[in-house]
Design a protein around this ligand. Structure first.
Ligand code: AMP
Length: 473
């Protein structure tokens, strides 16, 4: 593979000799100049070469492969293109983008995914639609059942290949390629290039060019995204996220949780507090997921609470913030999550909540993706008056989660001269006051985090020494 790092030349779309109808689509889409990945990969694709492109969504990669391929269709150099994406949402997004860019040239596009009837998809493919954007499961089904025998694309694009790997689609991808003619151009795009993706590229691509949108000194994560983290106690998650939602200047944001049930619980909690929030995860019906994403795109929803799967490759403009309510399971997910903001050259903020136990995971992610994350704390409104109420939710949670101790029973007995209601009211007032004064700031300060960091580095050192010893033996 040949590695090409981006130069940042100044080009316009006119220099690619695209058909005038395509240039019209580009103009109406408001693209003034090609993005760095477009500058670099368009000539390679036009040239008919295979390509591995390391780029995440938000870099303009859809148009980077879509424009030269549609141009080839318009010029009758090829008839059919197949684009494989990991999720239905991404398939729809890619096909929407291509439709908008290619509509003046009359390019016919279809999305093919599971959960809906086969008939229309089969009919359109067999009728000769030019661009098929498909998810692996349904596509493999159609090939295997012999429903699209005549569909022999001359170009195949694998989009977000590392996501397909994470979602367990690798075998399906390999099987799909058994049905596609060898004599083809193949393009593979991926935000990260782990070993299995390299191995896949070696089997399905021929002498590919290797393009990276990350320059030599840059990290895999995007510079325009300001990344911070806050070290909290487990019981402070809700309070922390609520404070962040109240104090950050948010146009639109994503809040990531690890579990589907956490998405449901948190979105309901936020709704109950009056936030314009909705949850999205893989257990929702496809129509519900579509509805939530549509409303989010149209700014009818401000806060989308999501699992990783539900938001893969999501390209929604003006997402100013990504909050990691829970730290993701792996570094790739971190890159994908925060890549939902800071899109199309806009800046964005990514704020990650971690407990002291999760601190090490955060460091691991930070090391692996080379991200610069700054420590932050979250201020609770310090100007509230003495009489104000404190935080009901966090108190409720603390009260419900507290076990009844023998001392408390003894204490209540000793207060039996006081009216029961008066007693309860006084205790609650005391607790609420406490919760105000004890938590003017959420999050551990630099000094405490430095101690955690020291422990982490010591552990790493010991692990390295042990590994060396094992090697010597
Ligand atoms: P993608 O990386 O393909 O998900 O694209 C991210 C966003 O950037 C999409 O909304 C595109 O419409 C937009 N975009 C792609 N290319 C350009 C360009 N050259 N100029 C401005 N916006 C672009």
């Amino acid at each position: 593979m040949v590695a090409i790092f981006l130069q940042g030349k100044e080009l316009t779309f006119n220099e690619f000799n695209f058909h005038k109808d395509l240039l019209k689509g580009i103009k109406i889409a408001g693209f003034k100049e090609p993005s760095p990945i477009q500058e670099t990969v368009i000539p390679i694709i036009k040239n008919g070469e295979d390509l591995v492109g390391q780029a995440h969504t938000g870099t303009g990669k859809t148009a980077a492969f879509g424009l030269p391929l549609m141009n080839k269709i318009i010029n009758n150099e090829i008839e059919r293109v197949l684009i494989i994406t990991p999720t239905r949402e991404l398939a729809t997004q890619v096909s929407d983008e291509l439709y908008h860019l290619g509509r003046f040239a009359g390019i016919r596009t279809i999305t093919v995914y599971g959960g809906v009837g086969y008939g229309r998809q089969i009919a359109l493919i067999n009728k000769g639609v030019q661009v098929v954007v498909a998810t692996p499961g349904r596509l493999k089904d159609l090939y295997k059942k012999g429903k699209i025998d005549g569909f022999n694309p001359e170009v195949v694009v694998l989009d977000e290949a590392d996501e397909m790997l994470d979602m367990g689609f690798l075998e399906e991808i390999k099987e799909i390629f058994e049905y596609i003619p060898q004599n083809r151009q193949t393009l593979l795009f991926s935000a990260t290039i782990p070993e299995p993706i390299k191995a896949l590229a070696d089997t399905i691509l021929t002498n590919p060019q290797f393009i990276s949108v990350v320059g030599k000194d840059e990290s895999t994560t995007n510079n325009v995204i300001e990344q911070t983290y806050c070290v909290i106690n487990e019981s402070q998650r809700d309070e922390a996220i609520v404070k962040l939602l109240e104090t950050e200047k948010i146009k639109k944001c994503l809040v990531f949780c690890r579990m589907k049930r956490e998405v449901d619980r948190l979105s309901e909690h936020l709704q109950a507090l009056g936030f314009n929030a909705r949850g999205i995860h893989g257990d929702l019906e496809q129509s519900e997921r579509d509805e939530v994403i549509k409303a989010y795109r149209r700014n009818q929803i401000q806060i989308m609470v999501a699992t990783d799967v539900a938001s893969r490759g999501l390209d929604v403009k003006k997402v100013t913030h990504v909050f990691n309510y829970h730290i993701p399971f792996d570094p790739q997910s971190y890159v994908h999550r925060i890549g939902r903001t800071g899109r199309a050259g806009k800046s964005g903020k990514a704020i990650t909540l971690v407990t002291t136990e999760e601190f090490k995971e955060l460091k691991r992610i930070q090391n692996e993706v080379g991200a610069e994350m700054k420590l932050t704390t979250i201020a609770i409104d310090a100007n509230a008056s003495e009489e104000s109420c404190g935080d009901f939710d966090s108190l409720e949670k603390r009260v419900r989660n507290t076990e009844i101790t023998e001392c408390s029973i003894e204490f209540i007995d000793s207060m039996e001269d006081m009216d029961y209601h008066e007693f309860v009211e006084r205790v609650v007032s005391l607790l609420l006051k406490d919760s105000r004064t004890t938590s003017a700031l959420i999050g551990y300060d630099k000094e405490s985090v430095n101690i955690m960091l020291g422990e982490y580095l010591d552990e790493q050192k010991v692990a390295r020494q042990n590994a060396r010893q094992r090697k010597r033996r």
